[in-house]
Design a protein around this ligand. Structure first.
Ligand SMILES: *[C@@H]1O[C@H](CO)[C@@H](O)[C@H](O)[C@H]1NC(C)=O
Ligand SMILES: *[C@@H]1O[C@H](CO)[C@@H](O)[C@H](O)[C@H]1NC(C)=O
Ligand SMILES: *[C@@H]1O[C@H](CO)[C@@H](O)[C@H](O)[C@H]1NC(C)=O
Length: 467
């Protein structure tokens, strides 16, 4: 490996990574306490939040698809400010826009009373990057909204802000609103939230299947028509790609995490990384995992010892479900094979440490499911449910394998686990193909390009409306 050829450079480099690793692990356990559960994005895995909001360097304005946004005044309206998926994604957009010289203002609709450490630190992070934090209420809010060239309203629930704050100015503002929607649960289809949806310049949704769902449900339930709707698949942050493409960092992380779990280097490790809840299917995954162990025993297959790790535990929030999972593990006597890890901010160490990612979200699945593209960046094959955004990311048989959602998926997932355990070559090839797919379409610059096309359209429309 070329990296070993320059020892003078390699040593500090490795030290730097050990440092980064330690920071990741310690910060994550600290901040995990602050993670809010109030917001339920369809993409709840993002609540196992990531440190992806840091250090997105300004991209050279030249060749940047967003460069036409220079000097534009953009108002970002967030329903809340927390370490959950929706707000972090919006902040990421804010930093991309700052990177090309846009003027960016930020409003948080719901703020708790009193001091809040997370809000304080996130607001300061924004101020450091030149994002202005303004009040979401009163005349200042109205003036900013009227002045803005473009307003991004984040999540369906943010819709309440329009009437509550803008009041009679709503009609002047909605033509320049781009509504970014990440939810796909029934209770968001409420007139209270989305009655102005037909009048905004556009809706931006994270997957095709979620966009279709919104179209169907708004029509059938609320009898309203969606505005022009743009599907924008997300991309991996530069920061995550940097770790994913650094073999030394990955090795250090892998060794550290495996050691902490008591899993040896040659063992096979399957991970499900999502907030623990029934919707994310940890219970069904454990059943599949147990079944796969039985299959291997029955057929006397030669495979390395297999382990499962569930990352995203929060005993305080999902006590009953967590106990159910742990009881199952005890009842089946697989305690030494199944590991539970608390909710964490940094998934990179786990992605570096495991061999296969399980995406077992149930019902309509993930709106997008960013963890899937993150795992693919780490060259992991993915075993995913054939629902939601996963079907738009995972190429069945190429970058992973799909299984049905629900109880009928337990058997197929067990077989897929055995398949990847017994076919080492196939597993590694799938991982490489997943990585190639990420490089082709799921990077930050791809996402920026897709968003740029939407913003161009929306700006054009809002101008037409004014003159
Ligand atoms: C939306 O409705 C159409 C027609 O009724 C149906 O074919 C399609 O599957 C529905 N899509 C979703 C995502 O519900
Ligand atoms: C995980 O969370 C539980 C409950 O919230 C806590 O008791 C436990 O100490 C945590 N474990 C670690 C390793 O932080
Ligand atoms: C995925 O591919 C496998 C074969 O590789 C096939 O048996 C299965 O039906 C496919 N599933 C879906 C949802 O396309």
């Amino acid at each position: 490996m070329a990296k070993h050829a320059a020892p003078g450079w390699w040593v500090p480099f490795q030290k730097r990574w050990i440092l980064v690793l330690l920071i990741m692990l310690s910060v994550s356990t600290l901040i995990a306490f602050f993670i809010r559960a109030a917001f339920e994005p369809c993409d709840r895995q993002l609540e196992v939040a990531h440190k992806r909001v840091q250090s997105i360097p300004p991209i050279a304005a030249k060749n940047n698809p967003l460069s036409f946004m220079k000097s534009k005044l953009v108002l970002l309206v967030s329903h809340q400010l927390s370490l959950s998926g929706g707000p972090l994604l919006l902040m990421e957009l804010g930093f991309l826009l700052r990177g090309v010289g846009a003027e960016v203002n930020w409003m948080t609709i719901q703020k708790p009373f009193g001091e809040d450490e997370v809000i304080y630190s996130l607001e300061h992070r924004m101020l450091d990057r030149g994002v202005q934090v303004v009040s979401a209420k009163g005349q200042e809010a109205i003036d900013t909204a009227l002045k803005a060239d473009l307003i991004v309203l984040n999540t369906a629930v943010a819709g309440k802000w329009l009437d509550a704050v803008l009041k009679e100015d709503v009609p002047r503002v909605v033509p320049k609103v781009l509504w970014w929607i990440h939810e796909m649960r029934g209770h968001y289809f409420k007139s209270d939230y989305v009655k102005h949806l037909p009048l905004v310049a556009g809706a931006m949704i994270d997957s095709q299947i979620t966009a279709e769902y919104w179209k169907n449900r708004t029509k059938e339930r609320l009898r309203i028509k969606m505005p022009d709707t743009y599907v924008v698949h997300l991309g991996n942050s530069k920061e995550l790609m940097e770790v994913a493409e650094d073999n030394i960092a990955k090795r250090v992380l892998r060794e550290h995490v495996r050691e902490s779990l008591g899993v040896r280097n040659e063992d096979l490790l399957f991970a499900l990384i999502n907030s623990v809840s029934r919707g994310k299917g940890q219970d069904l995954f454990l059943r599949s995992f147990y079944e796969s162990l039985e299959l291997i025993k029955e057929k006397k297959l030669q495979v390395p010892p297999m382990h499962a790790v569930i990352v995203g535990s929060d005993m305080n929030v999902q006590t009953k479900f967590e106990l159910e999972l742990r009881n199952y593990v005890i009842q089946k006597k697989i305690q030494d094979r199944v590991h539970f890890v608390n909710k964490t901010l940094s998934v990179a160490p786990f992605l570096a440490a495991v061999d296969v990612l399980i995406q077992n979200s149930q019902a309509r699945g993930e709106c997008f499911g960013r963890i899937t593209i993150e795992a693919m960046a780490f060259q992991l094959p993915v075993l995913g449910t054939a629902v939601g955004g996963t079907t738009e990311i995972l190429v069945n048989g190429t970058t992973g394998l799909l299984h049905p959602a629900g109880k009928e998926g337990v058997g197929p997932l067990a077989k897929n686990i055995v398949k990847l355990a017994t076919h080492v070559e196939r597993r590694l090839t799938m991982g490489k193909r997943g990585y190639a797919r990420v490089k082709e379409m799921f990077l930050e610059h791809h996402m920026a390009g897709r968003i740029a096309a939407v913003l161009k359209d929306v700006l054009k429309k809002s101008k037409n409306h004014l003159y």
